[in-house]
Design a protein around this ligand. Structure first.
Ligand SMILES: Cc1cc2nc3c(=O)[nH]c(=O)nc-3n(C[C@H](O)[C@H](O)[C@H](O)COP(=O)(O)OP(=O)(O)OC[C@H]3O[C@@H](n4cnc5c(N)ncnc54)[C@H](O)[C@@H]3O)c2cc1C
Length: 384
């Protein structure tokens, strides 16, 4: 049980699963599962070993997101979002002594980092900011009216997008790391949602100040293309794969129960289960294929250039769009198989939470926003 994925699977089954219904019903933070992940040092999964982390790769992270989300998708999504922020710091901050030290501290203390990209005025367009970093005497101030900060009240740090300075255009952005002592947040909206209720993601007004060394080296244009977008789309897809696999497992258990009632006869729902099995397989293959390609690029010396290409951006966006659509379709079809037993909230075959969680997928960066970007790229990209 020393393999990090084994440890995550054990936490998923023994800790996340028994609390999943309560987390969902109360829209509360999945603290038991996050505490267990911390105890096993799994919040530093992507931090290199020489800085005290586990040194895992993106494929390991995606598999962990799937394992957690098969039991509690809110836990899986919190884990995914934290790892995306860690990946940005590991891949773009290691030339800075401040960030090397910060990552060592994170490996020791197992701090949780939240993401602050969306903003009042630009919505889900992560590549535009209204707020700006204002620098003076080696320090900065940064204030942001954020539409959504998942687990904002439970995080130990925030990774925030902002314009490089007050004169910079909206797309000239940097990433800024804020530790708990650097910021205050005041809640502005509620989080009483259909699904992903345990991510606890209301809006906040954030006020902060810090030292200039807390600004991640380079531009967000590069860290977004090379890290934030691929890690987000792959780890989110890992989460959605977990939800879909959970739904298919419930449908499969339902069909088996029907078969036991009439031995020797194929239940009519078995046909629909076969259909679902094919859909889940193609979703899994897509996640694994794109993750493996990304993993190879992340490990190769020329990989960073390839990550900036249009072909790679299209592939990432297509993964996000197809998995976010497929998860909702698969859970819906699983519900049709289970019928009223899937519709009931208190049955062993209940699919209410999975269905509600699945519908967040298309909204996490609206799919039409992504389709619009792909449509523009396809006008000039020839190697389809
Ligand atoms: C569970 C969950 C957790 C989240 N956690 C965080 C978090 O921790 N931090 C964070 O910063 N954000 C977070 N978000 C916010 C998320 O990433 C998006 O920013 C947010 O969902 C977008 O809000 P919106 O639906 O108002 O979309 P908008 O982007 O404002 O779009 C509204 C509508 O217009 C459409 N639209 C917008 N632009 C275009 C276009 N160019 N072409 C075509 N259609 C367009 C969209 O598709 C959508 O239908 C979270 C969201 C969810 C669902």
């Amino acid at each position: 049980m020393n393999d990090p994925l084994d440890r995550v699977q054990r936490i998923a089954a023994r800790v996340a699963a028994p609390h999943a219904a309560d987390v969902d019903a109360k829209a509360r933070f999945p603290r038991e599962a996050l505490d267990a992940l911390r105890e096993e040092r799994l919040l530093a999964t992507f931090v290199p070993r020489d800085l005290g982390g586990l040194g895992c790769g993106i494929a390991d992270l995606a598999a962990m997101c799937t394992a957690l989300s098969q039991q509690c998708a809110s836990t899986g999504m919190v884990f995914a979002m934290h790892q995306i922020q860690v990946a940005c710091l590991v891949r773009h901050g290691l030339t800075s002594p401040f960030f090397r030290q910060y990552l060592q501290d994170l490996a020791r203390d197992q701090g949780l980092i939240a993401s602050v990209t969306s903003e009042v005025g630009v919505g889900g367009d992560t590549r535009t900011s209204v707020c700006a970093v204002e620098r003076a005497g080696g320090r900065f101030t940064l204030n942001k009216d954020a539409t959504t900060i998942s687990y904002g009240q439970h995080a130990d740090a925030l990774l925030v997008t902002a314009r490089r300075d007050p004169e910079a255009p909206g797309g000239d952005q940097v990433l800024v790391l804020l530790r708990k002592t650097d910021y205050t947040i005041a809640q502005t909206t509620s989080w009483d949602t259909l699904g992903m209720r345990g991510t606890c993601s209301p809006g906040f007004k954030m006020l902060s100040s810090g030292a200039e060394e807390q600004i991640v080296p380079g531009s967000f244009a590069d860290s977004s293309s090379q890290t934030m977008v691929p890690f987000s789309h792959i780890l989110w897809s890992g989460v959605w794969l977990g939800i879909a696999a959970d739904a298919v497992a419930r449908a499969s258990a339902f069909v088996s129960a029907q078969a036991r009632q009439k031995p020797g006869q194929l239940p009519p729902t078995a046909l629909r289960l076969a259909e679902l099995s094919a859909k889940l397989q193609s979703m899994r293959a897509n996640v694994h294929d794109v993750t493996a390609e990304c993993d190879t690029l992340l490990k190769s010396p020329e990989g960073n250039e390839a990550l900036l290409t249009m072909g790679f951006a299209l592939k990432m966006n297509n993964l996000k769009i197809s998995c976010s659509e497929l998860v909702a379709e698969i859970v819906h079809k699983a519900l049709l198989i289970c019928g009223i037993m899937g519709y009931k909230n208190d049955s062993d075959f209940s699919l209410g939470r999975q269905l509600r969680d699945a519908h967040s997928a298309a909204l996490m960066i609206g799919n039409d926003r992504i389709y619009a970007k792909n449509a523009s790229m396809l006008m000039v990209f020839k190697n389809r």
